[in-house]
Ligand binder design. Structure first.
Ligand code: PLZ
Length: 445
């Protein structure tokens, strides 16, 4: 069942046409007529198949994937265990609606989430389809359980594009502009941002807590919602001690701590979850992306006494925890565990940081190199300053794309290049990708 996928994809990057090639360009014309102009075009090569860290487009180009579809295909493309599990589930049944007639895999995913997320306390989960939906539900649960309404979020945060999650997301363009009105009772406070603010974790936490206490009032706050390493906002890693200090404050004040691990979770940062790095135990955790290897699945996992306060029927949705997505999640978690991919993420960190830090010595436009595991970024600056250099980021992405490498930009100011390779990327593939990236940075300097 699987071998047809395995054999025909080469393991090295190989560009055989100009990019995008003629077939991709033809498809793109069809797209212009059929697809809303509201969706970003990104890198319009049309993909036919993929394996490991290589995507093959309709023109036969082999593209090296350093983005994993935005941190989703963490275990790589077309992983046999996942293909088998999904194929078998499709043949067995594709849908019943868990709320109508349940099935074992949903329960098993929730058992795995309880075991893997931080803390040994009793936990339950609810499954959804997208990250945004998980975040929305975490907020619903936190408000109901606490009897409070205010939700505290941070500068540069990204939590989604639905109405509630747009309000939680910081950046106006392109996510929020003219899509309002936005949901009320959302309060934004400063994030720890060591490259720009120079504060220790304790100082940055004190600043955030002071803002909450003076502008919202601790007793009004249902939850503090935070990405332990910010994703879309620019791969901002808070200073050591920031997350523990916030977590302690929430516990002392009856506020729920929600970790949005949608981008940083499932071994991406070298631990199962990014909060594990500092031993922080959230009350609720939102997950998606890397959880199910590309099938749409998301979850809210949290303290049983919080999660179970919701009245029967209060949570749900037609497709949430769909059996095919649940089968994919179980295969994904098994693959992460069996192949010890958390430790592979730490190996990738060592190689990537070494390469990018040495590049930083040679060029004036890399202000900062940061991240953890296989979630690493460079921040591009105007030489001699910390001012954003979005033009450099744009030209680096374009150069990478033209040379058959997928690299993604991010950041409130569009000046950060992030690497999110599949954890199964080979040493040779990674070296090749880093060489292309270095050439791109030099060309932009
Ligand atoms: N929380 C931390 O990273 C999704 C967004 C891509 P959905 N990030 C990629 C785009 O431009 O739409 C994300 C995230 C964090 C929530 C979400 C939202 O997850 O599955 O995209 O809804």
């Amino acid at each position: 069942m699987v071998s047809s996928v395995e054999s025909s994809v080469g393991t090295n990057r190989k560009v055989v046409t100009e990019l995008p090639g003629p077939k991709s360009r033809a498809l793109h014309e069809r797209r212009q007529a059929a697809v809303s102009a509201g969706l970003t075009n990104g890198f319009p090569i049309y993909i036919e198949r993929a394996e490991g860290a290589i995507l093959v487009d309709v023109d036969g180009n082999r593209i090296l994937d350093l983005g994993s579809g935005i941190a989703v295909t963490t275990i790589g493309h077309a992983v046999p265990e996942l293909v088998d599990a999904v194929s078998a589930q499709v043949a067995a049944f594709t849908h019943t609606c868990f709320m109508v007639t349940p099935y074992e895999s949903y329960v098993e995913v929730c058992e795995e989430l309880a075991a893997l997320t931080p803390g040994s306390h009793a936990k339950t989960s609810a499954l959804f389809n997208s990250g945004s939906e998980a975040v929305e539900n975490a907020v619903k649960i936190a408000r109901l359980a606490s009897g409070r309404q205010a939700i505290v979020v941070f500068d540069h945060a990204y939590h989604g594009r639905t109405n509630l999650t747009m309000a939680l997301t910081a950046k106006n363009m392109p996510y929020k502009d003219r899509f309002g009105p936005f949901a009320p009772e959302i309060y934004r406070v400063p994030m720890s941002n060591p490259f720009h603010d120079g504060l220790s974790g304790a100082q940055a936490a004190a600043r955030a807590i002071k803002a909450i206490e003076t502008q919202v009032g601790a007793h009004n706050v249902a939850a503090v919602l935070i990405e332990p390493i910010q994703g879309e906002g620019g791969f901002i890693v808070p200073a050591e001690g920031f997350l523990p200090a916030l977590s302690e404050w929430t516990t002392a004040n009856g506020v729920l701590f929600i970790a949005d691990e949608i981008q940083s979770g499932f071994c991406r940062t070298g631990d199962w979850f990014a909060v594990d790095h500092e031993g922080v135990i959230p009350d609720l955790v939102t997950t998606a992306k890397g959880l199910a290897g590309g099938m749409p699945l998301a979850a809210v996992t949290g303290r049983a006494e919080v999660m179970n306060q919701v009245h029967e029927g209060g949570l749900g949705g037609t497709y949430g925890g769909n059996p095919v997505a649940a089968a994919a999640a179980l295969a994904t978690i098994k693959t992460l565990r069996d192949r010890n991919l958390a430790s592979r993420a730490r190996e990738l960190e060592t190689v990537i940081l070494k390469s990018l830090r040495s590049l930083q010595q040679d060029v004036a436009i890399i202000g900062d190199v940061r991240g953890r595991g296989a979630m690493i970024a460079i921040e591009l600056v105007q030489p001699g300053t910390k001012d954003a250099n979005a033009a450099a980021a744009k030209s680096i992405v374009t150069y990478c794309n033209q040379h058959g490498v997928i690299a993604l930009a991010c950041g409130t100011y569009g000046n950060v290049i992030r690497l999110l390779p599949p954890l199964v990327i080979t040493d040779e593939q990674l070296e090749d990708g880093l060489d292309v990236l270095a050439a791109a940075v030099r060309a932009a300097s």
